[in-house]
Design a protein around this ligand. Sequence first.
Ligand code: LAN
Length: 706
Amino acid sequence: MLSAVDKPPSDPIYTDLNRWRLKSEDGRQVWHYLSEEESKRKPQTLADKYWLGLPLDVPTLPTPKTPLDVARNGLTFYQRLQVEDGHFAGAYGGPHFLTPGYVIAMYISGEPIPDHMRVEMIRFLIGCARKDDGGWGIHIEGNTTVFGTALNYVTCRLLGLDRDHPTMIRARAALHKYGGAAAIPSWGKFWLSVLNVYEWEGMNPVPPELWLLPYSLPVHPGRWWIHTRMVYLPMGFIYAQRLKAEENDLIRELREELYTQPYDTINWAQQRNNIAEVDVYYPHTTLLNVANFFLNIYEKFASKRLRQWAVDESWEQLKMEDENTFYGNLASVNKVMNLLCTFFKEGRHSKAFKLHVDHCLDYLWMSESGMYFNGTDGSQLWDTVWICQALCLTDLAKEKPYQDMVKRAYEFIDSQQIRIDPQNRERCYRDATKGAWPFSRRNQGYTLTDCTAEAIKGIYMLHQLDYIKPTISNDRIEEATDVLLRMQNSDGGFSTYEPTRGPKFLEWINPAEVFGDIMVEYSYPECTTAVLLGLASFKKHNPDYRAEEIEDAIDKGIAFLKRIQRPDGGWYGCWAICFTYATWFGLEALKSVGENYANSEHARRACDYLASKQMADGGWGESYKSCELQTYIHHTSSQVVNTAWACLALMAGDYPNVEVIRNGIRLIAKRQKPDGRWEQEGIEGVFNKNAMIAYPNYKFSFTVWA
Ligand code: LAN
């Protein structure tokens, strides 16, 4: 193993950044490390260089005189980041529990991680260990947790870092300070158990038998939020069989390093509910504790035949998920868990396992600070649709220099509509997807309400441009509209991937400790607004197609949004940070039905709320703590992305005190660099209340739009 890595991150042991290339084909984005020769033959694109943090040889732009000049300069810079298949690529990191899943799964299956990737993951992990105490949080900006520290400690060791490396020494101290790995939350208990450095007995049961229950029961996994369903599926498959890695020297060493007492003396049953205080976001409820009590008894007496049946059913479900996503899978967590199940069931040399290994590359992102596992296989469609809307609404799409970019982006959107339904759709509890747009790329295959709606909106805007040949037919947009109309919840709102299927009380058995609101789909203000605007724009162009139903859906949606507006005027954002984001959506929805500051109490409250959060420098800045605490918390400094959302929101609401908006725009202009770019500031996105995720393209799309 590499001993030279116990040197600082700048050490030449790491790869040559000049040799990395991002290849993107039909939405699939993969970083390649070229040989020196190949590298000479194929120069890096500006997009490669940008994401690798390398110097760009780009001109200083004329000093902007108007806000539109600022937008133009921003676009002139951003334009260069469009990749070969027409989309806008980008990093999608942030959570600290994804790379460990990949590394642990590869280690257990004996599948080597190529050296150029392995050392770059080491660079990344060393670089983001916390400066204060040497641990890792649940995400890159969070304080140290046992979840982050134990998993990333193990990851570094599996990647080849020595136990006496300074980073390991500090991390171990931080880990032990919080009680050692015995106090890791349940998802961590899973990863450590399958690696054989924790005992299965120390984990509350994950019974796959749930899949055998009748669907009519509310606890059936088919009714859960799709991500929770798809994570507990492989977890149950592995747990039920207590599968684990073979013991070896490294595993024995880890057992020594991770705990505050000798491994053999740990009372495992007592660790099931031992979760470090710094980790807990959503504590176990009494109902969950009672359920676990009975499940633990069940584990002792479980019938072998029933268990086998449940394991077989899980495998069937797993395979359908793999095949319906062409082995790309829903997202980062089930990607690597399914890989591991496939290893245990079919072995390292099976075709399916090889496909899994290959598609992990879609998630691996290379950056100046090293390599890490993204939250999804990218945000291709989402980011491309946003910049298209910004281009159209600013009329910059009409200007010659941007036309080629717009054309290519349109072709990309065209190519990424999902044109088929999942196979064995009902058998695997999936809804129809034909006509929908996904978040990343077509072959991932999952409908998203807001991605579909934003795509519809964007496409109609693009169709207004005389140089765009409208290759997306009306029939196809009608299909997308059909998808949306099927997805409204009974409360009038819209959720993410599916309409809500299960009761809210399922949240009482949310076992994950570190996430809030994960058990079922909820109606979200962002998704609801997106769909309403998508439907409204559809109706404008197709006034006769399902007109009444659309109007009805819009009425119900608006009523929902008004109902969930907070008394102080804001909306809580579930998918980005935080109130500035969702309140922008809220005000856009009101605007679409003619409500603004002058004529609507809702719009007035929302505008006054946002205006009251403006900072002294004219900008807005929201801390990720807003999401955790569900109340507005100022960032230490203003942020261009929050500022852009707040300005867009106030403009949508026709806020009369224009000076407030002007000051925000001035701040965005002031932060722009002479070459047109904006620098990266704080993390932008969130999921499940407690996990932050990066949307680095937002600093371009929303600033330009504002
Ligand atoms: C995403 C990314 C995109 C995001 C938007 C489209 C922006 C949003 O408007 C709807 C929700 C959605 C699709 C979303 C849901 C949860 C995701 C998939 C993520 C935040 C990216 C990563 C996250 C996923 C759950 C990470 C894996 C972790 C688990 C808890 C399973």
